[in-house]
Design a protein around this ligand. Structure first.
Ligand code: GAL
Length: 427
């Protein structure tokens, strides 16, 4: 199954490439910059604040140690999941104004940049820095097209996690150590929490977090095989299984905070920290926020796989690229070396809540939660995340996000949502 899912994503990527048929612009080696001697390396991400910024800073300090001749310049653009950064990046790339390196998700999102000939083949760097055996083959496959590798992964995150406040659950006479088995059972618990007087049983934020919630409901209700089928065309978006999942989604949204659209993920997670919400579905960057707030796992928060997704790992990975025409390709190359290095991966992931993409990091260097994620990644079925670029190209994700956001804002009904999702996914 691990292989099936990786292959499904890879073959979707190949189809997209064939459809586009772009050539390589050949920029090669990046002499393209304007010849200045700047030591600046602009690193473009959306890790602009809070625990995400702390993670980036951890990587920055390893970079400063390993490459003192270069100067890290933070080009971060705020907005979780790249909700603002990706559009701005595209504008810059199209204007011929790339940063020196930018964050991109492994899988379909990276494929977009490859198709548009916006990033360089960095496979030579894999040889130079000894990275070829450092990463799991499944992951390398998601970074590779026609034998060329296009980025260096920094980490692997899990998307299908519920973060919960044990005190709020206990006050509703629910056992925090006994998570519900499926979405129906979870809905019963949400009702129980609501009946206990909690106004927001489930916190959610901006549209991308709503899509994030939806992807995990699809994983839970469709199961691994049919979920993967949504992305390779073998599952019908207009079918009854998807209708059932959307009905669940509708019920779940009914338990959420109505000010959701104006919030970003840290606000929704904060509601669980504060006990104003019982549950939040978020990727495991949330664990870094709990740790930063010194909230203890077990007593201050608990986490479990989204009900119905136990045994699966909702997968996404961040990676860094060498853009065509980067002003400082040597500096970018140095950054990629740090990103791929064991020292860089340990420092970054300890702060970020993710697990190292490298297979040679020592699990003992990471938190108990991260050790559980390492185990799940090793043993569970890997399912590509929609909201974080693994499953679908950016245009598909944007169209899905528009449809979901229109629906949750009251601008469409469930049947319209389903047909708009089908159209967005091209089925
Ligand atoms: C994801 C990214 C994570 C984290 C999250 C929230 O797309 O892969 O590293 O930053 O967004 O912003």
């Amino acid at each position: 199954m691990r292989r099936i899912t990786a292959m499904a994503v890879a073959s979707a990527a190949v189809l997209a490439l064939a459809a586009c048929g772009s050539g390589n612009s050949g920029g090669g080696g990046g002499g393209g910059g304007g010849g200045g001697e700047s030591t600046d390396v602009e690193v473009f991400t959306w890790w602009a604040a809070g625990s995400e910024l702390t993670g980036l800073e951890a990587l920055e300090s390893v970079f400063a140690e390993q490459h003192p001749d270069f100067t890290f310049v933070n080009g971060a653009v705020a907005g979780g999941a790249g909700s603002a950064a990706k559009d701005l990046l595209q504008t810059r790339l199209q204007a011929g104004d790339p940063p020196d390196t930018f964050q991109a998700h492994a899988g379909a999102e990276l494929q977009d940049y490859i198709d548009a000939a916006q990033i360089e083949d960095v496979s030579d760097l894999y040889d130079e820095f000894g990275l070829t055996d450092a990463f799991p083959q499944d992951l390398i496959d998601l970074l590779t097209v026609d034998g060329a590798i296009y980025s260096v992964p920094s980490n692997i995150h899990r998307s299908n996690v519920v973060w919960a406040n044990p005190e709020v659950l206990e006050a509703a006479a629910l056992d925090p150590a006994a998570p519900p088995a499926d979405i129906d059972a979870w809905i019963e618990d949400l009702q129980t929490v609501q009946d206990s007087g909690v106004a927001t049983p489930l916190s959610v934020a901006a549209p991308w977090t709503q899509v994030h919630l939806l992807e995990t409901v699809l994983m839970a209700d469709l199961g691994a095989e049919a979920y993967v089928g949504l992305w390779d065309g073998s599952t019908d978006w207009s079918g009854a299984e998807v209708t059932g999942a959307l009905e669940h989604f509708e019920t779940l949204i009914g338990f959420t905070n109505t000010d959701r659209d104006g919030l970003d993920w840290p606000d929704a997670t904060q509601m669980v920290m504060d006990g104003t919400a019982a549950y939040n579905v978020m990727g495991d960057w949330a664990v870094a926020a709990f740790e930063e707030a010194e909230i203890e796992r077990g007593t201050g928060f608990v986490e479990f796989p989204v009900p119905g997704t136990d045994g699966t790992f909702g997968f996404l990975a961040d990676s860094f690229t060498l853009p065509v025409g980067a002003p400082n390709p040597e500096g970018a190359t140095a950054w990629l070396e740090t990103v791929g290095s064991l020292e860089g991966q340990v420092a970054f992931n300890q702060a970020k809540g993710s697990i190292p993409a490298r297979t040679d990091a020592d699990p003992a260097d990471f938190s108990e939660y991260q050790q559980s994620a390492i185990e799940s990644y090793a043993n569970d079925t890997i399912l590509p995340s929609l909201a974080h670029g693994a499953a679908a190209p950016i245009a598909v994700l944007n169209a899905i996000t528009d449809a979901v956001s229109k629906y949750t804002a009251g601008g469409s009904d469930l049947a319209t949502l389903q047909s708009e999702l089908a159209a967005a996914a091209g089925s």
